[in-house]
Structure formats: C-alpha cells, structure tokens
Design a protein around this ligand. Structure first.
Ligand SMILES: *Cc1c(COP(=O)(O)O)cnc(C)c1O
Length: 409
C-alpha cells in the first residue's frame, strides 16, 4: 500500500528539519533490516510472550452476543498486555530496534501518560536512560502516570511552552532529539508522525491482527465479517486491520465523537466533515484545524483518543473506502463500558469502549452465522477517576475527600 518514502496516496511523508535527516535515515535503515531479518520478529515475539502475555486471547463474548441477539462477538484482549494496553507492542519493538542501533537513551512524548509509562517500562527493562516530555497541564492532570514513570526511573519534563499539552511536548521532544541524536532514539507512540514511524509502528502492532486472524479461524472456521477498533493515532486499529486488508472483511474504525460531531467538541478526523488535509508535526494527513491551519482544540472523554492528527495510513484507507470510520459520543461510550463490565466482567479502557459502541449498534443487524471482532485495546483501571465522576459515585468522592483531609491534617 505504501509507495516511495512513506507515502500512502497523498498522505504521509517526512517533513523534518534538515538536522534530523541523518537520524531518520539511520532509523529507516535499522527498520528495513529488522523487517527482512526473521530473527528480529522471532526475538520480538519471544520477548512479548515472556514479558507481556502474548499471544493475547480472543475471548468469545457469550453474554454480549446473547444480549444483542445478532452476530457472535469476539474480543481481542490487548488489555492483558503488560502496562495494560497494546502500547506495549510498539515500545518493546522499538526497544529492540534501539538495541540494534546501539543507542542508550530513549525519549518520548506523552499526553495522558500511558505511552510515557509504557516507554519508561521498556527503558527500565532494556537498561536505557529515559526522558519523557509532557505538557505541564497534563503533568498536573495525570499525576498517577507521572508517579509511575518516575518510579520506573524516567525523568519527566513538564513542558511550559505553548498550551502546555501534547503538541508542545512533541515539539520539545523533537528539540531534544536534534541535540542528542547520537545516543538517543525518539519512541513515537502511535502510527503517526514522519516516515518511517507510521509504517514501523503499524508493523509492530500487526502482531494483534496476525494472532486474531489465526484465532478466529480456529474458533469459527472462517473469517469474521467485520472488525472494530477505536482510533486515536491509529496504531491499535492498524494492528488489527493489517491482517484482513486483502480479505472480504469490513474494517471499522471508531473515533472520539466527544459531545457530538455537530458540537465541534470532538476528536473525529476521519468521520467528521470539519477535518481537512494538511501538513503538521512532520506528516500529511487529516487534521482538525481552522482555516489558517491552526490546530483546533479537541475533546474526548478518553484522553488517548484526544489528538488532532491521525495515521496517514488510515487517511488512505478512508480515501480508498477500504475502511469505514464512525464516531462514538462520550455518553454512548460510558453506556457501552458499563455494559461490558456488567455482562462480561471486563473493564474496558474508555478508548476501547468507543469500538464497542459501534459494534453494539451493528451486531443486532447481523445474524448468528456472522462473527465480529472488537479490539479491547486496553484495560480501564486507569480511568477510575473519570468513570467514578461520570457515575457520580458517592463512595469514591468520600474516599478522595478522606485522602485530602489526611494530607491537610
Ligand atoms: C493510547 C491508546 C489508544 C489510542 O491509540 P491508537 O494509536 O489509536 O491505538 C487506544 N486505546 C488505548 C487503551 C490506549 O491506551
């Protein structure tokens, strides 16, 4: 699907400062070598098996299937990865590449902190020095993740420039990289950014789809009719979709509808009419931007989907109509999450719950002969603050007040 130098149709590319071009060449070189060297994938799979619970199961959701009375619903269990989400696939894979390049230091950007924790975990395991850039506002909002990054040995740098959020952290990380290219690798968190990151991250995440394809064939004796994944930057979706690209399987990506597509308060770049093609952050894709190309503020109840850009590979899949994109609102997401908890005993991340929303809308239209797969990209323990607030849980409030009281005493 990729043509020369990381273009997917008109999308992708590498718009990088001249000073970084040697580093990008080196990375692309290491990536191409790893891809053609079977021992890399073998080492990767072995490490994921012994460190991160791979292969993750494909769980038949008997209760949800019965409840909706249509297609058989299967759930791919990326929540069982170490650190609680599919992000482990990407960071561990990049860790192996860093080792091969002989570098000793990793840096990363993080918004909600999940990618920061995953990167800090990988760095501890590989013995790399680790610096995480995080908008100062996010440092305040995401204290539990900051706490764990620091315990794992990472230095967390609060970024005070701009709006003090994710995009400012990305700029700061790029600045660090330009100064420390010799020993440092930038662990980008999703299938976005300049080439070769989208291709490389999608390739590492393809382990999800490879397993899921094998597992559904074992369980059902045939391919699924549709597969669903939530879309932030696009890495878990591409990980699942990649195995079914050449099959008669419908690929459905679900974005953050926030307060609703018409409200303007959302993060839907592929399913909303108000996104447009542009070049920013080193690549060309659909962005949520104003007429002057200024990035808009996005909104989602799920911090991991709250991003202005999206993978150029998904933009291409949208344009070629190979994949379909939908949006789920915050309210729908909370309802779906509650149902998954009550009926299957699984606590989905609010990100992943977006995929369930759309699957639940469509499952009843299909029959029992059909099967669908929903990617449970991560577990929802991290969302306890948001979910407890949303359900206005009195016991939780009392607990928080008690803690505050203890500190004040
Ligand atoms: C980060 C995250 C996402 C969004 O990232 P993608 O690159 O779109 O996959 C989705 N789900 C969970 C649980 C996450 O932590």
């Amino acid at each position: 699907m990729e043509n020369d130098r990381g273009y997917f149709g008109q999308f992708g590319g590498a718009f990088i400062p001249e000073i970084l071009s040697a580093t990008f060449d080196q990375l692309e070189d290491a990536f191409i070598k790893a891809k053609s060297d079977q021992s890399f994938w073998h080492d990767y799979e072995t490490l994921m098996q012994t460190y991160s619970c791979r292969p993750t199961p494909l769980t038949f959701a008997a209760n949800l299937s019965r409840y909706f009375g249509g297609a058989k619903i299967y759930i791919k269990r990326e929540d069982l990865n170490h650190t609680g989400a599919h992000k482990a696939n990407n960071v561990i894979g990049q860790g192996l590449l860093v080792q091969r390049m002989g570098k000793t230091r990793v840096i990363a950007e993080t918004g909600a902190g999940q990618h920061g924790v995953a990167t800090a975990t990988m760095a501890a395991r590989f013995g790399f020095e680790c610096t995480i850039y995080m908008g100062a506002k996010d440092v305040l909002r995401q204290r539990p993740n900051v706490f764990w990054m620091q315990r794992l040995g990472a230095t967390v740098v609060p970024v005070e420039s701009g709006c003090k959020i994710l995009k400012d952290a990305i700029n700061e990380a790029l600045r660090d990289w330009a100064t420390n290219m010799d020993n440092t690798h930038y662990v980008l968190g999703t299938a976005c950014g300049p080439h070769p990151f989208p291709t490389m991250v999608a390739w590492l995440q393809s382990i999800i789809g490879q397993e899921a394809r094998r597992q559904i064939l074992e369980a059902e004796g045939k391919l699924p009719d549709r597969v669903y994944a939530c879309v932030g930057g696009g890495s878990n979706a591409l990980g699942l979709f990649s195995a079914f690209l050449d099959d008669p399987v419908e690929l459905v990506g679900v974005e953050a509808g926030g307060d609703g597509i018409d409200s303007g308060r959302h993060a839907s770049r592929l399913s909303a009419p108000d996104a447009s093609v542009g070049i920013a952050q080193g690549y060309k894709t659909y962005f949520l931007q104003d007429q002057d190309g200024q990035m808009r503020e996005t909104h989602s109840i799920a911090a991991g989907l709250d991003y202005v850009g999206v993978s150029p590979i998904l933009s291409k899949l949208k344009e070629s109509q190979r994949a379909r994109f939908e949006a789920a609102t915050d309210t729908e997401v909370l309802e779906a999450a509650a149902l998954v908890m009550r009926l299957e005993g699984l606590i989905p991340a609010l990100e992943s719950a977006h995929a369930f929303v759309q699957a639940f809308k469509e499952a009843p239209q299909l029959s029992r002969d059909h099967s669908i797969i929903v990617n449970l990209s991560g577990r929802g323990d991290k969302d306890i603050f948001t979910i407890a607030d949303a359900f206005d849980d009195p016991g939780w409030k009392e607990f928080i007040l008690l803690k505050a009281h203890q500190y004040n005493a």
